[in-house]
Design a binder for this molecule. Sequence first.
Ligand SMILES: [Zn+2]
Length: 338
Amino acid sequence: VLKGVGGGKSLILNGHSDVVSPNGQKWIHGPWSAKIENGKMYGRGVCDMKAGLTSIIMALECIQEAGLEPLGDVIIESVVGEETGGNGTLACIMKGYKADAGIVAEPTNMEIHVAQAGALWFKVTCWGKAAHGAFRQEGVSALEKAIKIHDALLGLEARRLKMVHHKLFEEKYEILPIAINIGILHAGKWFTAVPDEAVFEGRIGLLPGENYKEIEDVFEGVIKEVAVKDDWMKKHPPKVEWLGKWEPAEISIKHPIVDVLSSAYYELAYRKATISGTPGGTDMRLLTIYGETPSLLFGPGSISQCHTVDEFVDVEDLIAATKVIAYAITKWCGVKQF
Ligand SMILES: [Zn+2]
């Protein structure tokens, strides 16, 4: 925490230091090399989001080196656990850190994201009755029941795509990021036996303005509807479990921090900043929903680089983002020359 000299607004600058696994695939430069070639730095986490974390720390250092003191408090949060749900930022919130606004320096390609979509992770278990494969008619295939539910869920997705609207996402995406995707399916244990259990796991997306509890109810309702129309499932209803929750979040595009950042960007980059929403879950939602700190996302690097092999960030982007954030700190918090 850099205590302000008084009279200015406070600001949280947040970035995560944890990274995802480099995976087993071959990297041109090692995942831990941080090698710079043709203006790009390569390595796991350089884009997501060591570059952003560097830019917020360097932005504050530049201000201090320039002989300026912020009037409001500037809090830098270098957090862990973002990739697995956000425990680091939650710990900061529980310790009582809050501010008048927050900037999370995730890679946004220098766009300003004032909204993020959310996702709920589900696990559904269907039961059947085992039998020899030669007499499969004597058994009940849990896999067939799971496929029935899968089809109904795709129907729900299609209905939601027609029903759900959000200006910031519709301007950017042809298909809203609210997909229902089943990523894991396990059924049966033997070639010649009718599977008596099928378990699948997936995610359903939701947009700011939607309540996650209501989405859970709608989802469970669709499965119940399928089950009551099926003699077997009526007696052996599938079980739904909720494994994870990434709530959607947004701040108003009229919030003054949006204006401060976009005008800082305009004055330094001579271009209008793009203001939009992002499909990915970030700690911005925790600061905004639970941390009493309305926050946006802005940082160097592209989201398309996140979690990839040969992840890189443009060093020029990193420098540009640092300048914009430094300038935004002076505008938001106010500064005194010493
Ligand atoms: Zn990230």
